[in-house]
Design a protein around this ligand. Structure first.
Ligand SMILES: [Zn+2]
Ligand SMILES: [Zn+2]
Length: 288
């Protein structure tokens, strides 16, 4: 059982069966968060993706719930929030995958939900190269690196994050897995390049006034590191950028994974609070 270290801490990034690549019902995730003595659990399943038939090579329909499931997801989340209210604070949100050029399509859909959601995680899972969308995982990523070279693909990823931050039509409160492009692998020859690219993003992160998640998904696989890595977390601290914790759970047992270690690390750096959201407004939670 975790100590009081986590009494003010939430896990702001969790999925459920609806996105078709996670397992478990929402209430199983909530129960795991209660067991781990977290103060908050944020539900942030993948927001439906608008994809045209020419984008189907990405198999995008397998990465999110369908548009006609949104209402049911929100209704279930609200019902569970009320049911568990004396045990844990349930927050309701979405992770929205940024698709360059499709910002306007999301805008109305997301803003129409504003009264019902607490927050939005904006994440880049795909890049658009030569007019085509490409996934950034495993063989999809390997294929484009073969075609374009690692520096081009990595640079494009960070440029896409910058575009997401600059887009007035793309709503977000939190940046998801900032160095996702690493795909669970360390490439020593690219590390300095990645740090440089993230350093260039700092003014845009500050200008958009968003929070960066410290995501423990990589700690559960062979990568054994945080997204973003500790060097980046230090850079965020040095630039006074607020953070929050997330597991990116795709299975109920993932909730709160590695949080004690992360909390110790960020407190050591000097962070005195982590951030959360209520109806899209920032809330600060002291961690001392
Ligand atoms: Zn997912
Ligand atoms: Zn994601």
């Amino acid at each position: 059982m975790m100590s009081t270290l986590l009494q003010n801490v939430g896990d702001w990034h969790t999925h459920n069966y609806r996105c078709k690549h996670a397992t478990g019902e929402i209430d199983e995730y909530i129960i795991h968060a209660i067991r781990k003595r977290l103060a908050i659990i944020g539900l942030s399943d993948h927001f439906p993706i608008s994809y045209a038939s020419e984008d189907n090579s990405l198999r995008l329909q397998k990465f999110a719930m369908a548009f006609n499931e949104v209402e049911e997801y929100l209704a279930e989340a609200k019902r569970l929030k009320a049911y568990y209210k004396n045990k844990i604070d349930v927050k309701i949100g979405f992770e929205v995958g940024y698709l360059e050029g499709k910002e306007a399509q999301y805008f109305n859909r997301i803003t129409s939900l504003n009264g019902s959601i607490d927050y939005i995680i904006g994440s880049v899972h795909t890049v658009k190269l030569e007019g085509k969308y490409w996934g950034l995982k495993n063989e999809d990523l390997e294929n484009i690196i073969k075609k374009y070279g690692a520096h081009v693909v990595y640079a494009k990823y960070f440029e896409t994050v910058r575009k997401m931050l600059l887009s007035e039509k793309f709503e977000l409160d939190i940046i998801g897995h900032l160095d996702f492009i690493k795909n669970g692998k360390e490439s020593p020859q690219l590390n300095d390049f990645i740090l440089e690219k993230i350093y260039e993003l700092i003014p845009y992160i500050k200008e958009r006034d968003v929070v960066v998640e410290i995501n423990t998904q990589g700690m559960r696989n062979g990568y054994k590191k945080l997204y973003p890595c500790k060097k980046v977390v230090r850079m965020l601290y040095d630039h006074d950028i607020p953070v929050l914790l997330s597991s990116d759970a795709h299975s109920p047992g993932d909730v709160g994974f590695g949080f004690t270690e992360v909390m110790n690390y960020i407190k050591e750096l000097g962070y005195a609070s982590v951030i959360g959201f209520n109806k899209r407004k920032k809330v600060s939670y002291g961690v001392n």
